[in-house]
Ligand binder design. Structure first.
Ligand code: PEP
Length: 251
């Protein structure tokens, strides 16, 4: 039985005082983490305050990015060890905004994944096709190649620290989510790829989140799908009521 995991990707949003307000509302809900793992990915500047607030609540922290080098002259970058040192258990890698706006390719993402695992960080690894690729019937090909190159060189045991997030690019921040059937089809495909590459027990135990305009209204039917084990939530994670609604529908 896979335990569901809901992560809130705050992106470049929320000042420390705003982060504090939001997290206080979340931790007021005492039973929130009973049946679901909850991960918050604040901007780096809010990690310290959020870390303090979530202490003892069961809520885990994620960073939104790392560089693959461990230290040195890389102005503006942050290492896996620095995220660990700031209280993070996870890092989000391969997000489509990093791929498109910051030109991160599969080779760079693979280096980052290895650096994260090397420093004991767990990884939320995002994959997904653009609208054009879906319309050209290339979804499987694209997702397979992102998985193949992103996970290249990883040992089966590394997969224990991995969550895959299927995030169709056309659904991110657009208000246009994949239907439960569309999402399930790709999640099933991802699990089949993992089975072929890493074996049946790894494929059965790995959690695959759906991300892309998840909200309180659509989360229940998405989360009811056999191969969907949680959500990676952007905009709706910035509002306590909607994020709690998504968590409850997942549980
Ligand atoms: C995301 O950025 O990972 C995301 C899923 O965003 P949104 O929920 O806003 O579509």
């Amino acid at each position: 039985m896979r335990r569901p995991v809901v992560a809130g990707n705050w992106k470049m949003n929320l000042l420390q005082s705003e982060a504090e307000d939001l997290v206080k509302q979340l931790i007021d809900q005492k039973e929130l983490t009973r049946n679901v793992d909850i991960v918050l990915a604040p901007p780096f500047t809010a990690l310290a305050i959020v870390r303090k607030l979530v202490h003892g609540s069961g809520i885990q922290l994620a960073g939104q990015n790392i560089y693959f080098e461990s230290n040195g002259a890389w102005t503006g970058e942050i290492s896996a060890a620095m995220l660990r040192d700031s209280g993070c258990k996870y890092v989000i890698l391969g997000h489509s905004e990093r791929r498109s706006y910051f030109h991160e390719d599969d080779v760079l993402i693979n280096k980052k994944i290895k650096a994260a695992l090397n420093d004991e960080l767990h990884v939320i690894f995002c994959v997904g096709e653009t609208l054009e690729q879906r319309e050209q019937n290339e979804t499987r090909e694209i997702v397979e190649s992102q998985l193949k190159f992103g996970l290249e060189g990883l040992a089966t045991s590394d997969l224990e620290k991995l969550i895959i997030a299927y995030e169709p690019v056309w659904a991110i921040g657009t208000g246009k989510n994949a239907t439960p059937e569309q999402a399930q089809e790709v999640h099933h495909f991802i699990r089949a790829f993992l089975e072929t590459t890493f074996g049946k027990s790894t494929a059965e135990s790995i959690r695959i989140q759906y991300g892309g305009s998840v909200n309180q209204g659509n989360s229940k039917s998405l989360m009811a799908q056999k191969d969907i084990d949680g959500a990676l939530v952007g905009s709706a994670s910035l509002n306590a009521e909607s994020f709690i609604g998504i968590i409850n529908s997942t549980a």
